[in-house]
Design a binder for this molecule. Structure first.
Ligand SMILES: Cc1ncc(COP(=O)(O)O)c(C=O)c1O
Length: 437
């Protein structure tokens, strides 16, 4: 079978909005950080399946766990107990920061976010006697595409034509986006004004005085790999807690070693009350989770939360093996080493090509923001797409993103090798040369 045929058939039957169809690559096999298409062409995968495949494609230990579990039991329901689900809950309690010792399982990131908000609201209702009608979120953030998750998402493009569907209970505040500071300030002289701005939300009651939680991605992914300055998160969370609201860390993209720590919040010395997990929890097997403190778990009743497939045996067995690989193969250290190598290579490209406005990231969550010129910082979205296409032709898969669509995103499996990184950088250099001769 040829790529063309698969593309034609898929495009005919799948809802158009879900088929980006940007690049005609029909994938039949993937191993580690290499993907093979139907014609046998190989690609280095720096896209990572939207940054999900943290331990690499088809890791033998995860494959074995899936095969063994598939022959035993897949799914029963929450009316019964399952060993893999129990083992995964124990593992998460061991590795999650602070007091996050209780877990709820779901199947997708958006579902985890919906539940995280629900849990926060139930907590403030039960313990503080108020509805917690509002949640504070960051402009430029991404939290998923179901009703509340979409409302929390701070990007208009996901909400066009859906005004009656999007939940109204969200107040958006400026993000810690130093490259394009909303207040035209410079770190550290800014004294973290973007964090302090949260004070204004409480002081002027722009959320009607009823905030349940503040939610943020420790490093914003879809919004363009926006890394907050040192001290931002701590300051923001302190303000939120002073006003008796909770902090929800959306670790769906930053979790499970992606940033060089097991969780993104570990970089910033913050312990959330609620954390959402998906993607790297099972490196591509559909599974998500919300972890909460004991205090929050205590207010939840069985009616509040349940999901048919959440925590099914197959996905949990994969996740347990996935976490074992992450820890035993010390993939966080590897992510830091390979991340530094990619960042150095990208800084070299920044010296050669004025198209590069900024290189930023942590571990293997790296973004390159492209601009028409460095003075005006006008976003170079078209060039970003062209570079992505040129790289694909040469055997490198990357993603693009950012509020303005001008950020190249590098989020490969954490076990990407030095040789693969070197080859990826060469391909990128060639791709930049073609796009900016
Ligand atoms: C930070 C963050 N939250 C939530 C989501 C939504 O996850 P899902 O696509 O599994 O619903 C994503 C997906 O990209 C994400 O990056």
């Amino acid at each position: 079978m040829k790529t063309e045929e698969i593309v034609k058939r898929q495009t005919k039957y799948i809802v158009p909005g879900t088929v980006k169809g940007r690049y005609p690559v029909a994938i039949v096999e993937a191993k580690g950080a290499v993907i093979k298409d139907v014609e046998g062409k190989e690609y280095i995968d720096c896209h990572g399946g939207y940054a999900a495949v943290n331990v690499g494609h088809c890791h033998p230990r995860v494959v074995k766990a899936l095969q063994e579990q598939a022959a035993k039991v897949w799914h029963v329901s929450w009316d019964f107990y399952l060993l893999p689900t129990t083992q995964l809950a124990e593992r998460l309690a061991e590795i999650c920061p602070g007091g996050l010792r209780r877990v709820f399982f779901a199947s997708s990131g958006a579902e985890a976010v919906e539940n995280a908000v629900k849990f926060a609201k139930k907590y403030v209702y039960t313990r503080q006697g108020r509805g917690g009608s509002q949640v504070i979120s960051l402009m430029g953030s991404f939290h998923g595409r179901t009703a509340y998750a979409m409302a929390l998402t701070g990007q208009e493009k996901y909400k066009v034509g859906l005004s009656t569907y999007v939940h109204p209970g969200v107040v958006h505040v400026p993000p810690p986006y130093c490259y394009r500071c909303f207040f035209k300030l410079t770190y550290p002289d800014c004294d973290l004004y973007c964090a302090k701005y949260l004070e204004q939300v409480f002081k002027f009651k722009t959320a009607g005085g009823d905030v349940a939680a503040f939610i943020s991605e420790p490093i914003m992914g879809e919004g363009g790999i926006i890394v907050p300055p040192e001290g931002y998160l701590k300051e923001a969370v302190e303000i939120v807690r002073e006003h008796e609201a909770l902090y929800i860390a959306d670790e769906i993209q930053t979790g499970f070693g992606r940033t060089g720590k097991i969780f993104g919040v570990e970089w910033y010395g913050v312990e959330p009350e609620i954390m959402t997990l998906a993607k790297g929890i099972a490196s591509g097997v559909p599974l998500a989770a919300v972890t909460v403190t004991e205090e929050i778990a205590e207010v939840l009743t069985p009616i509040d939360h349940c999901s048919t497939y959440g925590g099914n045996a197959l996905a949990c067995a994969a996740a347990v093996a996935n976490i074992d690989v992450l820890l035993e193969e010390r993939l966080t250290e590897k992510a830091l080493r390979m991340g530094e190598k990619i960042m150095r290579g990208l800084e070299d490209l920044a010296e050669k090509y004025p198209l590069v406005g900024e290189v930023r990231g942590k571990g293997l969550m790296i973004g390159v923001e492209l601009v028409k010129d460095r003075e005006s910082k006008k976003p170079a979205a078209e060039e970003a797409e062209r570079i992505r296409l040129e790289a694909m032709k040469r055997g490198l898969l990357i993603n693009t993103g950012g509020v303005f669509g001008c950020v190249l995103r590098f989020q490969p499996p954490l076990l990407i090798t030095e040789e693969q990184v070197e080859r990826a950088l060469e391909i990128l250099d060639d791709s930049f040369r073609v796009v900016t001769p």
